[in-house]
Design a protein around this ligand. Structure first.
Ligand SMILES: NC(=O)c1ccc[n+]([C@@H]2O[C@H](COP(=O)([O-])OP(=O)(O)OC[C@H]3O[C@@H](n4cnc5c(N)ncnc54)[C@H](O)[C@@H]3O)[C@@H](O)[C@H]2O)c1
Length: 303
């Protein structure tokens, strides 16, 4: 990039302020949705929950949807939920354990041959241990980091070069509110989600810095969603988000090229507040609201 000068500093700061004002305006008046019909969308964890519903929604929008999952039953279920022939013909399921990088690269090549270049990559697959730090088995800690974070590196290595060459594409990271706030019972999960948020933020900066601005990024940080992943958790003040609502908001954020989506909206306020509060005040606020105890009743997926 160019040399640092006083003029370049003030020019940069001027545009930074302009984009800030635009962002505040767009918070209230969102920009128009982009047309994604005919695009190829790859979704990991497409056999259940959010990934399943995202697959159906993107197929409705006229996209070819490539679904990856470790569960073939899950992928078949997603296919069976596609309501008409047009949608089914756009559905391309592949069994892929995303923690196996050789398999990721192999299946990515197959997708390229069978379906074409991926335009939108949605790193959505995720797992949770749901235990206090000292009760987490080593294997589960490793697996959580592998599925929730490290696998993103492999899918990005497979699909990002094509997007950069075409200066067009979109990388979506389904992270979590646990990627912004820590709480008891989520040490490994929060570590993996903070890392996923960090990866996406750094990648965004790299793309901007290298002027690959045609490739967009969106990081999604939801509170608990009623998919069953966090079955048993008790949420006294903020109710669980309905999965249909979460999926509609994620699709909308992608279509409007939103860089960050926090759900529900109050989380934007809490996130800024966290930066201003001492750690003890932040903890006591979370504790008074019952959030710190929410994982005490966690059962998770028992199926
Ligand atoms: N449900 C929530 O409350 C919640 C809240 C915030 C963020 N999230 C995040 O949203 C994403 C989706 O969550 P969900 O609730 O739909 O979960 P889910 O359990 O319903 O679906 C996760 C999918 O990922 C697949 N998967 C797991 N390991 C895999 C692997 N190694 N390779 C390929 N696929 C694998 C599973 O088979 C499953 O189909 C996750 O990243 C999760 O962390 C969920």
């Amino acid at each position: 990039m160019g040399e640092f000068t006083v003029v370049s500093f003030f020019t940069g700061m001027f545009w930074a302020m302009v984009y800030w004002v635009v962002a505040i305006f767009q918070f209230f008046v969102p920009p128009p949705r982009k047309d994604v019909s005919g695009k190829i969308v790859l979704i990991t964890g497409a056999g259940s929950g959010i990934g399943q519903k995202l697959s159906i929604e993107f197929a409705k929008l006229g996209c070819s949807v490539v679904g990856w999952d470790i569960s073939t039953d899950g992928l078949s279920k997603t296919g069976s939920l596609m309501s008409d022939e047009r949608m089914t013909s756009q559905w391309h399921p592949y069994k892929c354990d995303i923690t196996d990088r050789h398999r990721v690269y192999e299946v990515a090549e197959k997708v390229q041959e069978d379906v074409g270049c991926v335009d939108i990559l949605i790193n959505n697959a995720g797992i949770v241990t749901g235990k206090k730090f000292l009760d987490c088995r080593d294997e589960m800690i490793i697996k959580t980091m592998e599925v929730n974070t490290i696998a993103h590196f492999w899918t990005l290595k497979a699909f990002l070069p094509g997007m950069i060459d075409r200066d067009s594409g979109h990388v979506v990271t389904v992270a979590s509110g646990a990627g912004l706030f820590g709480m008891p019972g989520q040490c490994d999960y929060a570590a993996s989600k903070f890392a996923a948020v960090g990866l996406t933020e750094a990648l965004y900066c790299e793309l901007e810095y290298s002027k690959s601005t045609g490739v967009k990024t969106t990081v999604v940080c939801p509170y608990y969603i009623d998919t069953g992943m966090f079955k048993g958790v008790e949420t006294p003040l903020l109710p669980m988000i309905k999965s249909d609502d979460a999926v509609n908001q994620i699709v909308d954020a992608v279509l409007r090229n939103k860089t960050m989506l926090l759900m529900p909206r109050i989380v934007y306020f809490l996130y800024y507040l966290k930066g201003l509060m001492p750690a003890k005040t932040a903890f006591l606020t979370g504790n008074a609201s019952g959030t710190m105890a929410s994982m005490d009743t966690f059962r998770g997926r028992v199926d």
